[in-house]
Design a binder for this molecule. Structure first.
Ligand code: DC
Length: 221
């Protein structure tokens, strides 16, 4: 049986995870959130106060990451501890973007991501899925939105969770993360040549999901 892969890349806050999850659900296939893996590595560094470059380079020797799928939900385990919720903090976001610049970390995580896509059909989201992880993906989407809109979405999300924050700070943080993700030398955030860009600014989640499902249909999957 041939499995299909759909790659969804784009900058922080473009709505990748919400949209990729909904697309996967509509197609009845698994959604793989690769950002969670970089976040788990970041959490390990924070919890163990690892900051030295030389130590971060070798960090994967101490880490075991496992993704488990339960009722369309991805749970992530770091050395057998469920860290699904713990990895969603601004501190982890910042550190994840930093650890993602290390080739030794990326190489191992990319290997696991490719293995996941070998055994089932997936919608995988990240920064380098279409360009590096799954260059043969059947459909590649590059999701964007202005940094103002992305910051506003995050701001609303945080407020809902009862976390107080300043909109201007969130926007600055997002722009800093974009800059780091786009300018790292190894597998940076970049639109693949054969990716279709979908600008989500001003559109609802439902509208974007519909647009992507149409693109997938047109590619006759
Ligand atoms: O998608 P996210 O915000 O959860 O990702 C956290 C960080 O991980 C992001 O700033 C960049 C990095 N990342 C990456 O470099 N490559 C991926 N495929 C996914 C995430």
């Amino acid at each position: 049986m041939e499995y299909i892969s759909i790659a969804i890349d784009g900058p922080a806050g473009a709505g990748k995870s919400t949209i990729a999850k909904a697309v996967a659900k509509a197609l009845g296939i698994v959604y793989v959130d690769t950002g969670a893996m970089y976040r788990a590595v970041a959490l390990y560094c924070i919890e163990h106060e690892i900051v030295e470059r030389s130590q971060i380079e070798k960090i994967m020797d101490q880490i075991q990451i496992e993704l488990i799928y339960e009722k369309e939900m991805q749970r992530i385990f770091l050395n057998n501890e469920d860290v699904t919720h713990k990895i969603r903090t601004p501190e982890v976001s910042k550190m994840a973007s930093y650890v993602a610049t290390f080739p030794s970390i990326r190489t191992q995580l990319v290997e696991s991501q490719r293995k996941i896509a070998q055994n089932q059909s997936v919608v995988m989201d990240g920064r380098d899925i279409g360009t590096h992880v799954l260059p043969e993906a059947k459909v590649k989407i590059f999701l964007t939105a202005t940094s103002v809109e992305r910051a506003q979405r995050r701001y609303i999300e945080m407020k809902k969770k009862g976390i107080s924050c300043a909109l201007s700070e969130i926007q600055a943080e997002i722009e800093k993360r974009d800059e780091q993700d786009m300018n790292r030398s190894f597998a940076p955030l970049k639109k693949a040549k054969d990716a279709i860009e979908v600008d989500t600014t001003g559109y609802t989640i439902e509208e974007v999901v519909e647009k992507i499902l149409k693109i997938i249909q047109q590619r006759s999957i």
